[in-house]
Design a protein around this ligand. Sequence first.
Ligand code: PEP
Ligand code: MG
Length: 315
Amino acid sequence: RRAEALAASAGPGVTADGHHVALLANIGGVQDAEEAGAQDLEGVGLFRTEFVFLSSDAAPTVEEQASIYRRVFAPFGDRRVVVRTLDAGADKPLAFADLGPEENPALGRRGLRMSALRPDLLDAQLEALAVAARDTGADVRVMAPMVATAEEAAWFARRVRENGLPKAGVMIEVPGAALRARHVLADVDFGSLGTNDLAQYTMAADRMQGELSDLLDPWQPAVLDVVAAACDGARRAGVPMGVCGESAGDPLLALVLTGLGVGSLSMAPSKVPVVRLALSLHGLPQCQALAEAAREAATATEALAAVRAGASDEL
Ligand code: PEP
Ligand code: MG
């Protein structure tokens, strides 16, 4: 029965009572884009641009970048493509953006912090994205990784718009930014929760250390509380919030995130059908009740158990 329901799942993400939650793909380059573009999903919620340049010794030129971005955007036609500017440093080092050794790279000059120190790299990337967006007519939206403060968000949004790109967003993956989302999001068009890093920083557990996976679990109630605070802030700012961490592809967690107010879920494309099915089996008030039950739990295990008990048996 579940297999049949999965095979029949199609179209946009919609809850049982008709609330839309966009189902989007996480991609890392041209091949991913071609595969995801051929699938029944609503676009891209996270294009990890640093993946394209992991083996580049020298900074790619504007034209080199534009020709890659055109090939990434083309498969999506007029669907949205959310592009993340270079998230270099820590677990994703880029030779041409290396700023020297650090004691704690995950807490160091990574993500937008690197871009602030190398604005030449950011401007070249934004210029290339603007050229490729114009050439393909794609609905391109640009977001920054590792934003911590309202000033950083405003600085990034200004630079994006100066380069002629219409929509600027920020990733919310630092707990400080999540707690202050109302202000961090004040000058941008959207927020996107990066639950991988948000869990790492909330629980003070290195995401590169496999033996810490229990702490890195997005079902940790503390992580859910931080996500809830970010969603509240987004609501108050009047800005849409999505999720692009791996948690978005967990069907039960997708229900919780929807209940917390998230309006888009970006995941590995293979996860889209099961998340679509999960949404179709639950109304928004039920998602809200599941979110409340998860946050009432004392532990990650209990949070998952509570949601599993309250969700449809068909999942
Ligand atoms: C995240 O941190 O959740 C995220 C989506 O980005 P990345 O995994 O690339 O750091
Ligand atoms: Mg991240």
